[in-house]
Design a protein around this ligand. Structure first.
Ligand SMILES: Nc1ncnc2c1ncn2[C@@H]1O[C@H](COP(=O)(O)OP(=O)(O)OP(=O)(O)O)[C@@H](O)[C@H]1O
Ligand SMILES: [Mg+2]
Length: 252
């Protein structure tokens, strides 16, 4: 096999591709003074395809948030390879990683960390303001913000202040904000844990629809097994290892 063929055979078509990823944290000292460590992730292989929703499940402490942090280039793994889009994340310098986080990955947190005094529209534009965008460029971003608010069903709420929204509406703002950078990957860490049953299902249905419409690879951490039905793939972590990865036939 030539070296080119070899490289090709290793190339995956998945948008997110992790091979043998380990993440080891320091964890205090042993009684004899040696360093103790904890493996949050232990030789994890993981793929997520564009246009598909992956449900990531597992007990508390099994490594779910750690896995999202590695995919989103928020944390560097101790070993292994991480590919997001066509980019090998570990080969990027700090500013390239920051750019990847901004442009390629959309993050959706458990508690939407929104600025309550801002209008819904300004919440989507706040990073553009911070980056100093003005004039026509800012106007184009404003148009995009309004399109995305329509996509998540909040077209009439652009001028509403964040503090005057319900939990489910805030999570929709959060999702619209995550799409502002035209990401290839959406990462959501327990996006429904603060919501009631019926709101939770609505948010999962929305994430499922946007995954297809925007052709993103979406990874959703959830504790609620009733929400796995919206996923195309279910990956279970246990003690930092992949216990199972299975294809599902999603509803809808
Ligand atoms: N910054 C850190 N420093 C040290 N250990 C950490 C750190 N972050 C996570 N851990 C440890 O790594 C392991 C995995 O944690 P992680 O937060 O990924 O789990 P999780 O599956 O998201 O749990 P939960 O369902 O409770 O959110 C845990 O044992 C945790 O204590
Ligand atoms: Mg977690």
């Amino acid at each position: 096999m030539t070296s080119t063929q070899h490289r090709k055979s290793k190339t995956s078509t998945a948008t997110v591709d992790l091979r043998q990823v380990s993440l080891v944290y320091p964890d205090g000292q042993n009684p004899d003074g040696t360093q103790r460590t904890i493996a949050a992730l232990d030789q994890v292989d993981f793929t997520a395809n564009k246009g598909e929703l992956t449900a990531l499940i597992g007990q508390s402490g099994s490594g779910k948030s750690s896995l999202l942090s590695v995919i989103g280039a928020l944390v560097q793994p101790t070993s292994g390879t991480v590919t997001v889009g066509n980019t090998s994340v570990r080969e990027l310098n700090d500013s390239q990683q920051a750019q990847l986080r901004r442009d390629t990955v959309g993050l959706i947190f458990q508690q939407p960390n929104l600025l309550s005094a801002l209008s819904v529209r300004d919440q989507l534009l706040v990073t553009d303001h911070l980056r100093g965008l003005r004039g026509a460029k800012l106007k184009a971003r404003r148009t995009r913000a309004e399109e995305l608010l329509e996509v998540v069903g909040l077209q009439d709420m652009a001028d509403r202040k964040i503090h005057a929204l319900s939990g489910g509406q805030r999570q929709r703002v959060n999702i619209a904000r995550a799409l502002m950078g035209t990401p290839q990957v959406l990462l959501a860490d327990e996006p429904t844990s603060a919501l009631d049953q019926s709101r939770s299902h609505e948010i999962m249905q929305l994430l499922q629809r946007l995954t297809k419409e925007f052709s993103v690879a979406t990874v959703v951490v959830t504790h609620d097994t009733g929400l796995v039905q919206y996923a195309d793939q279910q990956v279970t972590l246990s003690d930092g290892e992949v216990a199972s990865a299975e294809r599902l036939v999603s509803v809808g």
